[in-house]
Design a protein around this ligand. Structure first.
Ligand code: KG4
Ligand code: ZN
Length: 333
């Protein structure tokens, strides 16, 4: 029997300080998330400097908690994975610097992890038998694309947004409706009571990419128009109409790609993967013979278990460890 590989994951790309221990890339022994949402919601969005300062305060405690909850010491860990991009530069630097120091002090190899590749790896934790190839729909706060996973370390981008990301547009529409940050989950809740009564533009462009800025502007113009005429916006109907417009185009395109690439397995990744309308629509696709993979809800948002999983597959296929001068890469693609 092969030896178990224990990976410590560290994630600080935005407003969550996270550490986790994952075994063989698939089995979570601990997954600690310290959220700063309550602080940032006072400002209506993430304030980068406040995020960095809070990561610094808790990163050591959170990492020790992750080790303790997993019942292991740092000595028993085989390797470490840390998010080095994309994200807020100051926030990333906290995780990268901490992980580099820990890796050198404890003499454990360090793997530099791309945050979005981490989101994709959340699927390997939820579905223990999932392996490439498959198509993955990435829907997060900063990214919207559909990719083909040819191998654990071979990801081919097929199409993506030409402007805003889907999560960003959820957050902006929420703000117009006066909902607190982060808006995605609030819109999700509201839309369940609403009707798709407002005509909005599709996000699917003729060339197969997506555009979310037109949809966002259409919603903003609709709300301003009603208010200027002394009317009242129905937030649930706006939320429902927006959600359907934001998600239907993604699903249409995902189905086209599954056909073009002769695949029938589709996974989703990123914070918006928690959206109930998206999950419902994808679940319905199972009736048409598609195999659909949905990460469990606790693995959709930012967490370090997905980062540890991703690092494990880098280790497993002998990808190089991080260089000593590893730096944060806020715009990593
Ligand atoms: O993946 P993530 O942590 O961000 C990046 O890595 O970029 O996702 C955060 C995004 C936010 O925009 C948030 O509003 C959105 O995911 N989100 C949702 C839901 N839960 C989180 N959007 C729609 N429905 C949800 N249930
Ligand atoms: Zn994320």
């Amino acid at each position: 029997m092969e030896k178990n590989i224990l990976t410590l994951g560290i994630e600080t790309s935005c407003d969550e300080t996270c550490a986790a221990v994952v075994v063989n890339g698939r089995e979570v022994w601990s997954n600690v998330v310290a959220s700063q949402i309550n602080i940032h919601s006072l400002y209506g969005g993430v304030v980068p400097e406040i995020a960095s300062r809070n990561h610094i305060k808790v990163i050591d405690v959170i990492t020790k908690q992750a080790l303790a909850q997993a019942g292991v010491t740092i000595g028993q860990i085989d390797n470490i994975g840390v998010t080095y991009g994309a994200g807020l530069v100051g926030a990333l630097l906290v995780g990268v610097t901490y992980a580099k120091a820990l890796s050198q002090a404890a003499k454990k190899p360090l793997y530099a992890v791309n945050h979005i590749e981490g989101h994709i790896a959340a699927n390997y934790i939820t579905d223990k038998n999932l392996c490439p190839p498959f198509i993955c729909l990435i829907a997060s706060g900063g990214h919207t694309s559909i990719v083909k996973i040819n191998g654990y370390n071979d990801i081919e981008t097929i199409c993506s947004t030409v402007d805003d990301a889907i999560g960003e547009s959820f957050d902006k529409v929420a703000r117009v409706l006066g909902l607190p940050y982060p808006g995605g989950p609030q819109i999700d809740k509201l839309s369940k009571q609403g009707k798709p009564s407002i005509k909005l533009p599709t996000v699917l462009l003729k060339d197969g990419n997506f555009s979310y800025s037109g949809l966002k502007t259409a919603v903003i113009n609709y709300c301003h128009g009603i208010r200027q005429n002394g009317g009242e916006v129905n937030p649930s109907d706006v939320a429902r109409s927006f959600t359907e417009a934001a998600i239907d185009g993604l699903i249409i395109r995902a189905k086209q790609i599954l056909t073009e690439k002769k695949q029938n397995r589709l996974a989703i990744a990123g914070g918006v993967a928690a959206n109930s309308y998206l999950r419902e629509k994808l679940t319905e696709l199972r009736k048409n013979g598609y195999e659909i993979f949905l990460p469990s809800l606790d693995l959709c948002g930012d967490n370090a278990a997905m980062i540890a999983s991703r690092a494990y597959f880098q280790f497993k296929e002998n990808l190089p460890i991080a260089a000593d001068d590893l730096n944060a890469e806020p715009s990593l693609r």
